[in-house]
Design a protein around this ligand. Structure first.
Ligand code: NDP
Length: 237
């Protein structure tokens, strides 16, 4: 299951957190990996040096730059759309420009990158979108805009699964609960409150999420498509 030798993989947002773990897992499994970054060139260079993956600067908020970066990878076997921002705040006071940027990165970029990946992809390829449990429910206050974006990617995943299914391409959305990254540190101010609603009261590791992504990318998962796969330690069960 974990041999990806000769496979061409692109990870959007691979410089830090969950995306960097996904880059590490795929390169360790023999894949040829290209990943994008935007605001963290030093972190991206470090991941590239460590793993042998290729880092490409491409801002997911810039549609043309994003599509060009995906097109430049050529024929892909696996696309992981991970880049995202996690802005929380009172919807009555949150800056509308911040919400627009969140929509650009968390929704528009997922659509355009998914479509371009499908254009470039071999038959029997894989598209995996990193959503969130916030796509299914609103477990914490201040998550209206973020939750909207993660519900939207469920629709993108189902639609592309239908549209690309005849080519054997699967499209799935992985929905983590709390994961220990810069976005949501395990020792952050929200952590205790988040753990209180979980069956397994801890943040997941980025490696645990990456393991699920590699499973979905493997030949064993060929009949899993159009789904959401939750990995959240039992939030709100
Ligand atoms: P981090 O903030 O730790 O990392 C985010 C990654 O996305 C970085 O590599 C960053 O690259 C990249 N990124 C952000 N904006 C852009 C952009 N405009 N263009 C290109 N790349 C960009 O977050 P996580 O690893 O925690 O999150 C990854 C995904 O997982 C997101 O989609 C998030 O919503 C989702 N998620 C996270 C959870 C958590 O608890 N951590 C829970 C549920 C879902 P750079 O810094 O170079 O711009």
């Amino acid at each position: 299951m974990n041999d990806f030798s000769g496979r061409s993989v692109m990870v959007l947002g691979g410089s830090r957190g969950i995306g960097a773990a996904i880059v590490r897992h795929f390169t360790a499994a023999g894949a040829k990996v290209c990943f994008s970054y935007s605001g963290s060139p030093d972190a991206a260079a470090a991941v590239a040096a460590e793993t042998g993956a290729t880092a490409v600067k491409a801002d997911s908020a810039n549609r043309d730059e994003l599509i060009a970066a995906v097109a430049a990878t050529g024929a892909l076997d696996i696309m992981v759309i991970n880049a995202g921002v996690g802005i929380m705040g009172d919807p009555l006071t949150i800056d509308p420009d911040v919400v627009d940027r969140l929509i650009d990165i968390n929704v528009r970029a997922v659509y355009f990158a998914g479509v371009e990946a499908g254009r470039q992809m071999h038959d029997n390829g894989r598209i995996i979108i990193i959503g969130s449990i916030s796509g299914d429910r609103a477990p914490w206050p201040g998550g209206t805009a973020y939750g909207m974006s993660k519900s939207a990617v469920q629709g993108i995943g189902r639609g592309l699964a239908r549209d690309f299914g005849a080519r054997g391409i699967t499209v799935n959305v992985v929905q983590p609960g709390p994961v220990d990254t810069d976005m949501n540190p395990a020792n952050g101010p929200m952590a205790k409150m988040m753990h209180s609603g979980m069956a397994i009261k801890r943040h997941a590791t980025a490696d645990e999420v990456a393991s699920l992504v590699l499973y979905l990318a493997s030949p064993a998962a060929a009949m899993i498509t159009g789904t959401t796969q939750t990995i959240d330690g039992g939030v709100g069960i």
